[in-house]
Design a protein around this ligand. Sequence first.
Ligand code: BDP
Length: 722
Amino acid sequence: MTIRRIFFTGMCLITLLSLLQAEDGYKLWLRYSHGSDPEKQEAVVKLFRKVVVAGSSATFDAIREEILRAGSGMTGITPVLQGELSGQASLVIGTPLTCEIFNRPEIKRQLEAIGPEGYFVGHVTHEGKKLLVVAANAQAGALYGTFHLLRMLQASGNLSGLPVVESPKISHRLLNHWDNLDRTVERGYAGFSLWNWHKLPDYIDPRYKDYARANASIGINGSVVTNVNANSLVLSGDYIEKVAALADVFRPYGIRIYLTARFSAPMELGGLPSADPLDADVRAWWSNKADEIYKAIPDFGGFLVKANSEGQPGPQNYNRTHADGANMLADAVSPHGGIVIWRAFVYSAEIEEDRAKQANNEFVPLDGLFRENVLIQVKNGPIDFQPREPFHPLFGAMPETSLALEVQITQEYLGQATQLVYLAPLFKECLDSDTYTPGSGSTVARIIDGSVHGRSQTAMAGVSNIGTDRNWTGHLFGQANWFAFGRLAWNHSLTSEEISLEWIRLTFGDDPFVIETVQGMMLASREAAVNYMTPLGLHHIMGRGHHYGPGPWVSGGRPDWTSVYYHKADSLGIGFDRTATGSDALGQYAPGVAQKYGDPETCPEKYLLWFHHLPWDYTMNSGYSLWDEICRRYDLGIRTVEWMKKSWQELGDQVDEERYHQVQSLLTIQEKEAKWWRNACLLYFQQFSRRPFPPDIEQPEGELEEYEKMRFPYAPGIRPSW
Ligand code: BDP
């Protein structure tokens, strides 16, 4: 082989390799690929010709780096970067402090009410020339504005949407990692924890920075790096040093670090005899601990706490209230500007009360008793991240308290990482729910953004689906859920359609057929999952412990962890009566909600069996009996997955091989799992309904016993044992 040939073959291989690598999903929605439309491409090339990033700080360096990366990726030419405005500039990024032109009244006006994270992206005329600017009050806004611009360019290849002025509706936009110190991830389906505690603080995995970039690009500004089922060790000196190293990587990207605080840490780490929040030694311990953390991490965000729930210690161990516990920690971090996020996910098997009611019973009496720097973090629904739940009644019941919304991005109850389920519609369903407190229009979104009750501490948290898998989220489409969470925490009025469109364009490019097909699949996917798992308001009927697959038969042991507790199927009917004749959980909602949901005739069918126990022959809106409707919903769920799979198959030529095959294989698994759900649930419920399956649906296969006997020692989170 001649030298030339070797060189040529080598180059081809390198190109091929880089092409393959380019589409393994690692780059997420920050692919910065070449556009296919030459006209648009020319405009992009022009824009990156000479870029002024005015400002010197680690954040401005991050902006410069992103511009270089994006510009070279999108145009093939390395952009020329300057620190000061010159005649040739095409794009200028900065703040009034870092660049003179941003002091012009027309720009200052735009910046007036948008705070440190907001930005203006638009054109101005400078020395007779049109100049594109990203202007902000502070560096964080400049960073977010830059990412907004890059997103626009990638998603549409043009700037027709300009000018834009944006600022976040919610101030703390947080990922909650349920990562353990041994690097396992509770309810994680994408590998191990990103945080390599063994090698920190000396070795900084480049992935930490890519993680921070990805979050900043969608507006996430906080990361709780440890599990809510907390280990107090993370508060020890060694770990604080490691956490500080992570914080250093995140800081330029506007991301603050938070830790989960185990309530008993003063005993475990500090050797105190108690963790009583009113004990002076305990209070001093926390206050010293906070000082120690802030010394290492001056912008530490604060603590997230799960207390007196599922075996976690808390103030109630000492006959103190959640307010006593939260306020003690709040006092410890408040001199440093920190916050405490206290979870409302509390329930107990010892209490003979519908689990759905317990959080309100605990927290409503404490309304108004929490410090200003405490937020109560409430899950979207009153049970636990089910495929569908009505909104949590606490959102309408604590006007004197800052409430944060917690959603689950990781798909614990939604097919884990083998299923394509686009979650924006689930998040939106909660955000758009009207609590009717104090009056109509008081949606959950407006409660948590502080506008209904005039509160300034606001937060939204998503339980992360990120791990060491090369594509971060296990399923490629899991990336869309991370993306959607960030976009909604920034702006909850975006629609699921808008967000999906953006994500698809960033992920797959601008081919109209690909966009239409993928969007159709995404938008149908959540309802499909509800149908083949838990239609019509059914809930919590999945496998015990791991929550993988169906388990409507789960009974025995702690009742509120069984399925029979929730579906209550018997010879008369099915569903949980939460009206006044039953647990009266409806009484925790405002009358406007309670009345509507309290009557099966007016209750939306999607919540029917959540609130009502109804006879099998109850007539549904469709005219079918309840039993027939349940069967049809399960069947419809499967039809939808089959359709999703077929739709994806049509993209074989348009999507790169690696991503195409991953999604295709997973859709095959999803189809299998959807059928498993249908078969298991319908065969199980038929024992009670004693009615035939409608003849025109695909008949469930197999025997109930076979399904009941299935074991999953390899399900994520289960220790293998036979
Ligand atoms: C449930 C999970 C459990 C979590 C708990 C929580 O099954 O692993 O610890 O929520 O949110 O969904 O604390």
